[in-house]
Design a binder for this molecule. Structure first.
Ligand code: BES
Ligand code: ZN
Ligand code: ZN
Length: 491
């Protein structure tokens, strides 16, 4: 539901009036509501003695007609955009009332009104999300309106349009990742993406091409096919192209390549039951990059963007690939498959080679690639590796702007050596489990050609349950990294 902008009098029309307070002189809170009488009401109330306006601290009051809640911003000097986003999300999550008016100006103590509006809107849209299509009762979201004397309605609506594009794309990524694997197989997944483009990106300049099994065979993507060998479903390679309206020869072309394993059993190198649970999220890389692509298209990015999503499950049957198999990839390199659970790098290998042939300036791939990423970074930080420091710095910058954690790991010759096989060009696992995230990237690097700048995001940790982020559902898909990549694509 859209968020409204309303200048009209607040009286009685809303169930709740939300404002902010900051820590003023002598540790006394200053109430920042636009209406002085509300501030006086708060200042004079005996409860406000204990209220210190600490970040996220709340105080509620009623008069005869209305209910008010104030949220503390702490010392506005120390306020950071992410702190405001998280505190407001937590605040919003706790509200019981359905019809709320937000006093935007009162929250704009540290940041400009525009920036504050962006942060609050994002917090609301992302916090409202819930995956409840299989529940008998679904969560009901109330109505929210904003109020400001420093901004026009037109300006507000422009900001809302931008934040809606970003947030709805984060939320569609979450929907795909949360969907059950018995419903979202590769064939269904590809057609849902096509449907979303037809519905929401008409006239935006997006071309859709979906490669079926026979096309993938023609492309000689044998590594991709080897992962699909044990599947009851056909693989799909979704290939999307966005061309901006004012494209010239100088237009930058960025390609995205996503891992779309709709379920990872491990194959013959079968995962134990406990580790298999949750492996529906193994298509998170493709959902994240589709979300970023969608967000950038809806915002009319100036860059040309290609999005290549490789979809299959990693299942087992009599035809499934066995460990010790040797398979030749699309680029002609042979791979000794020693562990069928290291399947993500196999499908990405062929998808990366396919994408290099399109000659983009840059490639970003994203994948829930290694359990080792969780060992290194926990669920909080996304790993970044690549072959071009300038591009990597650009992505690190975008992650700072989006307030998402991204950290670089190295690719060194010692890791590259670990991926060499005695009897084939490459093998698909390194030594033991050490440096697993980096050795996986060292493997992928073999499939980048034409001197293309390439960055790899291992989202194994950040893709799922982000309990520490109040604007993410406490369990299930997070959509983290959609905003970072989208931000990068908008540069
Ligand atoms: N999808 C998994 C990676 C993963 C595991 C993500 C656990 C999140 C939690 C991937 O396909 C995989 O199984 N990787 C193996 C690679 C190993 C066999 C070299 C892993 O990380 O154990
Ligand atoms: Zn696996
Ligand atoms: Zn996997």
């Amino acid at each position: 539901m859209k968020i409204e902008f309303n200048f009209k009098s607040i009286k009685s029309k809303y169930d709740l009036y939300l404002g902010a307070a900051s820590l003023g002189n002598k540790d006394k809170p200053s109430f920042l509501f636009q209406e002085k009488n509300i501030n006086t009401l708060f200042s004079n109330h005996k409860c406000s003695k204990n209220f210190k306006a600490k970040l996220g601290e709340t105080l509620s009051l009623n008069d005869e007609e209305n209910k008010y809640i104030v949220m503390g911003l702490g010392n506005s000097k120390d306020l950071k955009s992410e702190k405001l986003r998280r505190s407001f999300a937590k605040f919003y999550r706790s509200l019981k009332t359905k019809n709320v008016l937000v006093d935007l100006d009162s929250f704009s103590k540290k940041f400009k009104t525009d920036k504050t509006a962006e942060i609050l809107l994002e917090a609301i849209y992302l916090t409202r999300y819930s995956f409840d299509k299989y529940k008998a009762t679904s969560k009901e979201n109330g109505k929210v309106s904003f109020y400001s004397s420093k901004m026009t309605k037109a300006k507000f609506e422009k900001i809302d349009e931008k934040i809606s594009a970003i947030s709805s794309s984060v939320n569609i990524c979450r929907d795909f990742v949360n969907e059950a694997p018995n419903v979202l197989n590769s064939e269904v997944y590809a057609s849902l993406i096509e449907k979303d483009i037809k519905k929401n990106m008409k006239g935006c300049g997006v071309k859709v091409k979906i490669l079926k099994k026979s096309d993938i065979k023609k492309e000689k993507m044998n590594l991709f096919l080897s992962v699909n060998a044990g599947s009851a479903y056909e693989p799909r390679l979704v290939h999307l192209t966005y061309t901006p309206k004012k494209a010239t020869k100088k237009t930058k072309h960025i390609a995205l390549v996503g891992k779309g394993i709709t379920f990872d059993t491990g194959g013959y190198s079968l995962k134990p039951g406990g580790s298999m649970m949750g492996m529906k999220f193994d298509m998170g890389g493709s959902a994240t990059l589709y979300g970023a692509f969608r967000s950038a298209v809806l915002q009319g990015s100036k860059n040309k963007i290609t999005c290549v999503l490789a979809m299959t499950d990693n299942a087992v049957n009599a035809k499934a690939t066995t460990p010790d198999s040797i398979v030749k990839g699309r680029n002609g390199k042979t791979v000794e498959i020693l562990n069928t659970d290291a399947e993500g790098r196999l499908i990405l290998a062929d998808a990366l080679d396919y994408t290099c042939d399109l000659k983009p300036h840059e490639i970003i791939d994203a994948a829930t690639l290694t359990g080792a990423c969780l060992v290194a970074f926990g669920v909080e930080v996304c790993a970044l590796l690549g072959n071009d420091q300038k591009m990597i710095n650009g992505l690190l910058g975008a992650s700072k702007d989006a307030d998402e954690y991204l950290w670089q790991l190295p690719i060194i010759d010692e890791y590259r050596d670990q991926m060499k096989s005695k009897i084939a060009d490459l093998k698909n696992i390194g030594k033991a489990r050490m440096a697993g995230t980096a050795t996986a990237a060292a493997f992928l690097e073999n499939f980048i050609k034409n001197d293309i700048s390439w960055s790899h995001l291992d989202i194994a940790g950040v893709c799922d349950s982000q309990v520490h982020l109040p604007y993410c559902p406490p369990s299930g898909a997070s959509g983290v990294m959609v905003r970072t990549v989208s931000q990068y694509l908008m540069k």
